[in-house]
Design a protein around this ligand. Structure first.
Ligand code: ATP
Ligand code: MG
Length: 418
């Protein structure tokens, strides 16, 4: 049996990195008073059509949609924000009249061409700060993304920000952009040509060299921003300056989802062909658009697989935890071993019991193969004398000690042996 194209098994050898990321992120998110929310993986297709927008790549090309046995149109969620906005409305979270600070982590599904850092099932960690129109909220969420990357010892990334203004400003800009680009229509790449009619702002995102060249003299979005949009953006930049969070203003940055306004930002990995690790922005109209009360919000999502690719380049997560391999021989030893296991468990000492019933030599060989620190050996002789033998695998020596001293002995040795 093959796995489905674009999906991956996350194997035990990789899971430590996932858990470490989760733990570090959770610590920061808890400090900032964000609560976890878990929404369903399946949602009505309509949610994403209305939320993300008909002309976006996600909705047009990338959704995993199907009709269920009750003839409902269902989609495996391609992202988290629309679902959370839906949950905010469905559960009337607005009734408390308080800012909702929410975070989520889980699988997302997009039918894309798989390549490094791009899968069909991938995972996102995301946050949403719902209920504030203040630039303070924009910077709170950007700061949290920055903190998480710092805590994970990522160094080589760039925060890019832009203001994409409000709907009206964007419409005016769109007109000017289309007018300019029409002059070069025949030189555009195929995708950009199509976007000219459907979603012209996304042409700014094109990776095509010729299209990029055409764009060099294109009108700039920031010239179309009115006072309010400009002031909001200036505040965001000012707060980031105060925090000494480095960022780059990228006036061509537009996001792939329709629901954003004002602030849009991305965090770019400077190593991995400049892939985006994190994308986010303000979405003040999404909740109303989905049938909820008018509620401003801002948030982001980090692609975990991409983040792990970046982290694994800079450091590794090999755990130095002590691990004791329990070797037994004989029926008496295999009864006494339960006492030993209880002791280790009580003292939080990580262990691994050999289940093979093979010879001492073979069990010890296994321990070496598993990169264990030490073997705790219980055989006939040890049972007879009420002792236990501890064999240190890296140091090539062993000691037989009184069984009752085993925990003290391990604690003492742990201070010396790294
Ligand atoms: P891209 O331009 O790379 O397609 P995007 O703008 O579609 O990214 P978003 O919708 O903003 O991405 O999602 C936020 C983050 O989720 C991305 O920055 C990325 O890290 C991650 N991501 C998005 N799509 C995928 C995918 N197919 N596989 C792995 N990670 C992904
Ligand atoms: Mg994409």
């Amino acid at each position: 049996m093959q796995k489905i194209r674009g999906t991956r098994d996350i194997l035990p050898s990789e899971i430590q990195a996932w858990q470490k990321l989760y733990t570090k992120a959770l610590k920061i998110l808890t400090l900032y008073d964000y609560s976890e929310i878990r929404t369903p993986i399946i949602e009505p297709t309509e949610l994403f059509l209305r939320g993300i927008g008909h002309t976006t790549d996600i909705v047009n090309k990338e959704m995993y949609s199907f009709v269920d046995q009750g003839k409902r149109n269902i989609t495996l969620r391609p992202e988290g924000t629309a679902s959370i906005a839906r949950a905010f409305i469905t559960n009337k979270l607005y009734q408390s009249n308080q800012i909702q600070r929410l975070w989520y982590m889980g699988p997302m599904f997009r039918y894309e061409r798989p390549q490094s850092g791009r899968q069909r099932q991938f995972h996102q960690l995301g946050i949403e700060c719902i209920g504030s129109a203040s630039a303070l909220a924009d910077v709170e969420v950007i700061k949290i993304a920055h903190n998480i990357l710092q805590q994970l010892e990522c160094k080589k990334y760039t925060i890019e920000i832009n203001s994409i203004g409000n709907q009206e400003e964007r419409e005016k800009y769109k007109e000017a952009l289309v007018y300019y680009i029409k002059g070069y229509e025949n030189d555009l790449d195929i995708d950009s040509k199509k976007r000219l009619d459907t979603n012209p702002l996304r042409i700014l995102d094109s990776k095509n060299v010729r299209t990029q060249k055409i764009l060099q003299n294109a009108p700039c979005l920031n010239k179309y921003l009115e006072k309010e949009s400009r002031q909001h953006f200036e505040l965001v930049c000012e707060y980031l300056n105060i925090l000494e969070i480095p960022y780059r203003i990228n006036t061509r940055l537009v996001r792939g989802l329709d629901y954003y306004n004002y602030t849009a930002f991305e965090i770019i990995d400077n190593n991995l062909n400049n892939q985006t690790i994190c994308g986010g922005g303000r979405y003040d109209h999404l909740i109303k658009q989905l049938g909820g009360p008018n509620t401003p919000a801002v948030g982001w999502a980090i692609g975990i697989e991409r983040l792990l690719l970046l982290i694994n380049q800079t450091n590794n997560f090999i755990s130095k935890e002590n691990r004791f391999y329990i070797v037994t021989q004989g029926s008496k030893a295999q009864k006494k071993v339960w006492h030993l296991i209880n002791l280790l468990e009580q003292h939080n000492i990580k262990f691994h019991i050999d289940l093979s019933n093979q010879s001492f030599q073979k069990q010890i060989k296994k321990a070496n193969q598993c990169n264990m620190l030490s073997c705790l050996i219980l055989g006939d002789a040890e049972i007879e004398e009420n002792t236990i033998t501890v064999k240190w695998l890296k140091e090539y020596y062993q000691e037989t000690i009184l069984y009752n001293n085993i925990i003290n002995y391990i604690h003492e040795k742990s201070k010396i042996i790294p």
